[in-house]
Design a protein around this ligand. Structure first.
Ligand SMILES: [Zn+2]
Length: 67
């Protein structure tokens, strides 16, 4: 993280950016930045919005399409 305290104080940044989307399917191994990602469109099960750190702790990798 390279954000300054000043940026936070002015409300330019929010913690919303730390959330990602997961497909709950058994073959899904990545997390997505956007809810509208092409990779998520193929998901046949529920989609979860979780913290980035939670997704990483579960062994998920970043989506190749977005990152
Ligand atoms: Zn994606």
């Amino acid at each position: 993280m390279s954000f300054s305290d000043e940026s936070f104080a002015k409300g330019k940044l929010t913690v919303v950016e730390n959330y990602v989307y997961l497909c709950n399917g058994p073959s899904s191994k990545v997390y997505h930045r956007s809810e509208n990602c092409k990779g998520l469109n193929r998901c046949s099960t529920q989609i979860s919005k979780v913290l980035l750190t939670f997704a990483q702790n579960k062994g998920r990798r970043a989506c190749k399409i977005e990152f």
